[in-house]
Design a binder for this molecule. Sequence first.
Ligand code: NAD
Length: 351
Amino acid sequence: MIRVGINGYGTIGKRVADAVRRQPDMEAVGVAKTRPNFEAQTAVEKGFDLYAAVEERKPLFGEAGIDLAGDVEELVAASDVVVDACPSGVGEQNAEMYRAHDTPALLQGGEDAGAVDASFNARANYDEVEGTDLVRVVSCNTTGLSRLVAPLEEEYGIEKVRATLVRRGGDPAQSGRGPINDILPNPVTLPSHHGPDVNTIFPDLAIDTLGLKVPATLMHTHSVNVTLESEPDADEVRELLESESRTFLIPEWLDIDGAGKLKEFAQDRGRPRADIWENCIWGESVSMEGRDLYLFQAIHQESDVVPENVDAIRAVLGEAGREESTTRTDEAMGISEGMVPGTAPRASADD
Ligand code: NAD
């Protein structure tokens, strides 16, 4: 069993902890928190051992009636690998602790690419991180773009990617973020950081990205144009993307017009926290104009990196090859069941 510690139990950390626990070859040693709050309570109720991330705040846990299993250094020492899901910049500060314990660590997309040995996306560069000490699982947007680029590049070759990222202002729980009534080119200058970030996974890819921020919390939406090196028809591209386990081609008959219905559907499907781990690509948006492919995809920022973190654990430790790991992850999390079981629409929408 691979012993996994999770340092930082917020939006990403709590999802990774649950996903790790579902893996047949992994065990969650515990989670580290800075203070008692609703998420600490969730961790306790789920039976995760809780470790204190900040020495001076330890008494606060006792006052809240929460037992600690130890401090974060003990968690790191007891783990074969640590998933660091602390806020941007904190992961880099924690790197020294991981190195001191000789424990490989996975940082998240908010960290600088220069602070790690390698950046990671399971579909694109799984084999490149084995034996490294510090790996960055790229951000939600970069994950979404990488999952799209990898099969297109392999199957057709890519001349150039142009993507406009309409980004949610904040996650649902981030009450302090915005905008609340505006549409912001963000950044106003080109390129947004996403293109260069995709280049940490595909160094030779020609890609330009533009970013906007809008008053939404549910998901990001990408408007993508890829100039291919060959000229498949739209159906072929649809079939290719459908054959990928982490891209969900939304069938037209589902009548899903945006992130709101997508999240509602995920909830109806019984997905935990209404998470959508796959890229959601509108099937009818997939269009070819000569060698130019166009499509829209929605990315659930809070969850698409979760299966990637699980695969990165095996990749860093050399515990399984890409196919074996992604299949195992998908089966354990329920991704392999897909968002649509079967392909035929139901005869009646009464139930
Ligand atoms: P978050 O704020 O929801 O969670 C971070 C948690 O870490 C919080 O519970 C915080 O209290 C805790 N923390 C702070 N300092 C700590 C420390 N020193 N030790 C241990 N815990 C500490 O943040 P998040 O959204 O989960 O983001 C975490 C990382 O994941 C960031 O790098 C972010 O860029 C990246 N990421 C976030 C999203 C997203 O949409 N939320 C998507 C992909 C990647």
